[in-house]
Design a binder for this molecule. Structure first.
Ligand code: FAD
Length: 400
């Protein structure tokens, strides 16, 4: 057996990082240090509800300090942004300090890609991968609905929200906002009901890579909610109150949510470590960096393959990577054989407004209320497990 305590640093308290903490903390000889620039875990998969004003930020966050305190004393949270890593001397560097590690797990996720060739995008486009931005959109949505009420009358100007990007996040957000607003106007008998949600998609069909049946069902649902989908169009210019599409069409809008893709985050971009062509951290079949075998990369900051095809970056895949990487670190400590990854997508659940979803789980397609219940159940079970850990931590802190 190796030395008594093994220091394992995990950078990133997202879907991948938290699963790794959960698994690694079961070994009392592991000393786990979790770093995140934010004090909370942000449940991005549930953010469509928040943006459409259906919930508040507490519904999509878990406090990372109480989460780590919920273990048996071998997990500690550091709210510090990691600025660089000295892989040779095994040091993680933040603005505050340098921290030594035996094993390092990179789980820093990805960031919204703001294309430099889209004029005005960096000034006027915001994504939802950061919670403060999602909160901004939530408040903006409510204020915009109020503004329409305030303007009053049947002939009020329509409220137009552009969602750029017809992937999973863009589709869920567009459907939820349309569905919420529809019910909101009807339930409250308001006369001003003009809401245009415009979904811009660069390909011929939304939800690229998703099973054609689910794509058809999702498009049908969007149409029935009144979402205007513009396919084969790219945003080429953004101003404060208008977007221009590649076919020259100019859309006057109140605001735009940008969900047009992701790229490696700032830390990964700067790190001196082997990367893929697209700039993600290159890993082997054990999820180890191809350059340093005591460094693992999991979640959206890396790319893994199933049947020679890259797996889409999802929370589902990130969680599976978190568990496997932790097992391999434990195996490595105890000189056991490392496990090769056999990770694949376990399914897809797409929320499409109140009481409606489409899903494909273990090869079975479901749509409607049942799929919606399943989506909610998956979200609730995930949050419940983390919440239970966080509650235990909270009790320790406040009862001591
Ligand atoms: C709107 C939306 C909807 C989605 N819906 C779904 C869905 O329905 N199903 C699904 O499976 N997936 C969905 N996804 C994708 C899913 O959220 C991601 O695949 C998942 O979050 C990846 O997990 P991760 O742990 O790799 O990264 P993240 O969850 O992004 O976590 C990364 C963490 O690293 C931290 N971090 C980053 N840089 C640093 C640094 N330098 N120092 C310290 N900390 C740092 C961040 O603060 C963050 O907490 C959705 C994504 C979005 C944006």
């Amino acid at each position: 057996m190796s030395k008594v305590k093994n220091t394992i640093i995990i950078i990133g308290g997202g879907y991948a990082g938290l699963q790794a903490v959960e698994e690694l903390a079961q070994e009392s000889t592991n000393e786990i240090k979790l770093f995140d620039k934010n004090p909370y875990h942000y449940m991005q998969t549930d953010v469509y509800d928040l943006i459409a004003n259906e919930g508040d930020f507490a519904d999509v966050t878990i406090d990372l300090c109480t989460f780590c305190t919920g273990f048996c004393g071998n997990a500690t949270f550091f709210k510090e942004e990691v600025t660089t890593i000295d892989f040779i001397n095994k040091k993680v560097i933040t603005e505050q300090q340098r921290y030594s590690y035996d094993y390092l797990v990179l789980a820093v996720g990805a960031r919204t890609k703001f294309y430099s060739n889209v004029i005005g995008l960096t000034e006027h486009g915001y994504g939802v991968k950061a919670l403060h931005r999602a909160m901004y959109f939530k408040q903006k949505f409510e204020m915009s609905l109020f503004k329409k009420l305030d303007e009053g009358g049947r002939y009020c100007q329509p409220l137009t929200i552009v969602v750029a990007g017809g992937g999973l996040s863009g589709v869920e957000i567009a459907a939820q906002m349309a569905s919420f607003a529809k019910a909101f106007y009807e339930e409250n008998n308001f006369i001003c009901r003009k809401l245009n949600i415009v979904l811009i998609n660069s390909g011929a069909k939304i939800l690229q890579g998703v099973h054609p049946k689910l794509v058809r069902q999702s498009q049908h649902r969007l149409d029935s909610l009144g979402v205007i989908t513009k396919t084969n169009q790219k945003v080429v210019e953004v101003k404060e109150d208008e977007v221009t599409l590649s076919n020259g069409e100019v859309i006057q809008m109140d605001y735009m949510i940008f969900a047009g893709g992701i790229e490696p985050n700032g830390l990964v971009f700067d790190l001196d470590i082997y990367k893929t062509k697209l700039g993600y951290i290159e890993v082997n079949e054990y999820l180890q960096s191809t350059q340093y075998d005591n460094v693992y990369a999991i979640g959206d900051c890396t790319t893994i393959y199933h049947k020679q095809k890259p797996l889409a970056p999802t929370a589902d895949v990130a969680e599976q990577m978190g568990i496997l990487c932790a097992k391999n670190i434990n195996n490595s400590i105890y000189n056991k054989k490392l496990l090769k990854h056999r990770i694949k997508s376990r399914g897809i659940l797409i929320a499409l407004g109140r009481g409606y979803a489409v899903a494909s789980l273990f090869g079975i397609n479901i749509k409607g209320y049942l799929a919606y219940l399943l989506k909610k159940m998956v979200e609730k079970i995930y949050a419940f497990k983390l919440d239970r850990r966080s509650r235990a931590g909270c009790n320790k802190i406040f009862n001591n």
